[in-house]
Design a protein around this ligand. Structure first.
Ligand code: ATP
Ligand code: MP5
Length: 266
């Protein structure tokens, strides 16, 4: 017996709901073998980010070299990158080892408002990482920063953002609608030719810590198994909707979602 391998390159969330921890839980649930490259440690809980401690470039290089030369990933997910230097190292190794099926969650700001990407690193994300993307999964504020559109509120603006991100080099784009104030929580998927709506009801909960990480990790897991882009994002949408429906009111702030809910409820 063997298993597909999915690699996450992201920050560690000591609170367990987002980052590396959310990604590994999702990989396990989706039956792929998870490996990790940690870009930064965060001291974090449901109430907020208490500290951010980026890894040295030496530690990041060593982790990338170790996993990419032995446990070749069938798909990769990137999350919190923190700095332009880290983005450059990650892009260098992904190209050096001709890694395919890269899902980029362009994490910028945590739900509580703490910056997880230095402001000056947004350009590096756009020029170095985005062109490597099999799929990029921005939320609305991230889509605004990357596309340069000043305010993405309507579905038409989401479509325009998807098209701009595709032109910048991402093969597939999911513009996530989680941050809208609409009745449903639909996302838009674009392969550069067609737009597909990923529908879901908007669940009335504040416990959405790590939703973006979990969604992108699930896409990577499905791609690692050989699914098409559309099938991967549709499974990820069902997975995250179930995880949010059964979100866990743990801690005193924004609680995590339940990564095992999809298994128990589908
Ligand atoms: N209240 C909700 N009900 C249903 N789906 C939601 C809700 N909030 C977010 N989602 C869905 O969760 C997924 C992640 O979207 P979201 O906009 O929360 O990402 P994000 O802001 O990048 O998350 P994170 O801040 O964890 O990185 C999307 O599919 C989005 O539509
Ligand atoms: C290490 C890490 N990566 C990503 C997020 C984004 O998740 P959220 O926006 O739900 O706080 C986070 N909080 N921490």
């Amino acid at each position: 017996m063997t298993k597909p391998i999915a690699l996450t390159i992201a920050g560690s969330d000591s609170g367990g709901g987002a980052g590396i921890q959310a990604d590994l839980k999702t990989f396990q649930e989706r039956d792929v073998f998870g490996t990790t490259v940690i870009t930064a440690l965060t001291a974090q809980n449901t109430e907020g980010v208490h500290g951010v401690f980026p890894e040295s470039l030496q530690a990041i290089d060593a982790q990338l070299e170790a996993v990419l030369t032995d446990l070749r990933p069938d798909a990769v997910k990137t999350g919190m990158m923190f700095s332009a230097e880290i983005i450059e190292r990650v892009a260098f190794y992904l190209k050096k080892y001709h890694v395919e099926r890269i899902v980029i969650d362009p994490v910028m700001i945590a739900k509580g408002g703490a910056p997880l990407l230095q402001q000056e690193a947004a350009d590096a994300l756009k020029t170095e990482l985005l062109p490597l993307a099999h799929t990029i999964t921005p939320n609305l504020p991230e889509a605004e920063v990357i596309s340069g559109l000043s305010s993405i509120q309507s579905e038409d603006a989401m479509k325009e953002a998807a098209s701009l991100l595709h032109d910048l080099g991402a093969a597939h784009v999911v513009v996530k609608g989680g941050h809208r104030e609409t009745e449903d929580a639909r996302d838009l998927f674009s392969d550069g030719r067609e737009i597909t709506v990923l529908p879901s009801p908007r669940i009335a909960t504040k416990h959405t810590h790590g939703t973006g990480c979990t969604f992108a990790a699930c896409i990577a897991a499905e791609l690692a198994k050989g699914e098409t882009a559309l099938a991967a994002v549709q499974t990820a949408k069902a997975f995250i909707t179930s995880a949010i429906t059964h979100a866990l009111p743990l801690g005193g702030g924004i609680g995590p979602t339940d990564h095992s809910a999809y298994r128990y409820n589908s």
